[in-house]
Design a protein around this ligand. Structure first.
Ligand code: PEP
Ligand code: CO
Length: 454
């Protein structure tokens, strides 16, 4: 890897999972238009997130990274609001019941590109390009919709901008006020066991807020009661798009990928000599990298050195996604190697991507118990290695979908046909997500790691 990085130096390295665009000239023209658009985030915001993640790396906070597998260009206002609402509900459960500050990062406002196991999909006699996320093509199985269309990069930018604008409005304009904790528990989440547990907690918070107000502490004296810091992230998969949104920060002179606050590298594109590592090593944003069950200690240490040679706490989040049956053996050697190397990373657990299977009815699904079991083993591995279980990374929606099995509603195979709406991977619904937050909070409560300040 050479030291002379620039936003297009990734082009000298093999780039996996890039679409076969029909017309290179059109992609170049679109990229030029994108590079003249305003950045979506400000570099200073990305640095703030890095500071928050540094606290997670030190063991003093917890990362909740959550959102859609593949966002849709057609997400309604309600659907965006409900996704935010579920993430806020989970965060409040983790903060209140888990007793830790929570750094909130959405897989949202840009999570449009998907790597796929097979470049093509066959139905009957017909073989077409796989669906690669709406930033590339569309999900319907016909040759028009599946043809990669570079104009979609522009639509993705505009959709990300409007989604982010809405999120900023909700998180700054009163929707996320702590006095709203009860009102977030609406509709189908409230009528579940997790919803009832949440209502009890919300009552306690309301009582505490009334007490504080009586003592003179309210949102006029403490703005943090009224607003929430919410950050965006997505997999930095399509390097043309990411390059076009990479700008030099006028304050520091450093490069930032201004398409989101945090970017991550997926399990399929984390080669040390690949284009994705080359591109991301040069931007100043906090970075993530997925770590699957085949990752070796050398690879993981190589990722730490390549992406965070300056060993800046908060710069790098390693997101393990091993699978419930592999994590107990797979994760501890990696934790030990990173610990012994002196790198202070955030370790987060993605309990979704290693636990996907096909149901008897032929649906791609995940079982809530496998998700929980992987998180339980993640905490146990950290306990045994004396490291900090820093966060969870989950795919969810606020919509009342039936895509993952189990949970307190005990969804079974036949339920999957009722509301299976995902364009890619199965997501936890609102009830399952709040339920999961309570289970993680219990693990956090019991996780008193000596020497880590908790
Ligand atoms: C994802 O997060 O949607 C994804 C594709 O994950 P992974 O890179 O871990 O397979
Ligand atoms: Co996914």
């Amino acid at each position: 890897m050479s030291n002379d990085w620039n936003p297009s130096s990734w082009r000298n390295f093999p780039a996996k999972h890039q679409p076969s665009w029909p017309d290179d000239a059109e992609v170049n023209q679109v990229q030029k238009i994108l590079s003249e658009q305003p950045p979506l985030v400000f570099a200073g915001e990305a640095r703030n997130l890095m500071g928050r993640l540094a606290r997670v790396a030190e063991g003093d906070a917890f990362l909740l990274q959550a959102g859609d597998c593949a966002e849709s260009f057609d997400s309604s206002t309600d659907s965006i609001r409900d996704r935010l609402r579920v993430i806020l509900q989970m965060a409040i459960v983790l903060t209140y019941s888990g007793g830790t500050p929570v750094v909130k990062v959405g897989r949202i406002a840009g999570q449009f590109a998907k790597p796929r196991s097979n470049p093509t999909e066959t139905q009957g006699e017909t073989e077409l390009p796989s669906f690669l996320g709406q930033i590339v093509n569309d999900v319907a199985f016909n040759s028009d919709d599946r043809r990669p269309d570079a104009q979609r990069l522009l639509t993705a930018y505009h959709r990300a901008a409007s989604t982010l604008n809405l999120l900023r409005a909700f998180t700054r304009g009163g929707y996320a006020d702590l006095h709203q904790v009860s009102s977030w528990n609406r509709d189908f989440v409230a009528s579940s066991p997790a919803g009832e547990r949440y209502a009890t907690m919300a009552d306690e918070i309301d009582r505490a807020l009334r007490f504080m107000a009586a003592c003179g502490i309210d949102s006029t004296t403490v703005p943090a009661l009224h607003e929430v810091d919410f950050y965006t992230s997505h997999e930095a998969l399509l390097l043309n798009y990411e390059e076009a949104l990479t700008r030099r920060d006028s304050l520091t002179g450093d490069w930032y990928d201004c398409s989101a606050h945090m970017l991550w590298i997926g399990e399929r594109t984390r080669e040390l000599d690949g284009a994705h590592v080359e591109f991301l090593r040069g931007v100043g944003n906090p970075l993530g990298c997925k770590i699957g069950p085949t990752a070796t200690t050398d690879e993981v240490l190589g990722i730490c050195e390549a992406l965070n040679p300056g060993r800046v706490p908060g710069r790098l989040t390693l997101i393990s996604r091993m699978g419930a049956d592999k994590i107990a053996d797979g994760l501890p050697p990696l934790l030990a190697a990173v610990r012994d190397s002196g790198h202070r990373v955030v370790w987060a657990c993605d309990p979704m991507h290693g636990n996907t299977y096909t149901s008897t009815g032929g649906r791609k699904t995940r079982h809530f118990e496998d998700v929980l079991s992987e998180i339980g083993s993640f905490f146990a591995a950290h306990r045994s290695e004396g490291t900090h279980p820093g966060g969870v990374h989950v795919e969810l929606t606020g919509d009342a979908v039936t895509e993952c099995l189990g949970g307190s509603d005990d969804l079974v195979d036949q339920d999957l046909d009722r509301a299976y709406e995902t364009m890619c991977d199965p997501r936890l619904n609102g009830r399952q997500s709040v339920d999961l937050a309570f289970r993680v909070a219990e693990l956090l409560q019991s996780d008193v790691t000596p020497g880590l300040g908790r």
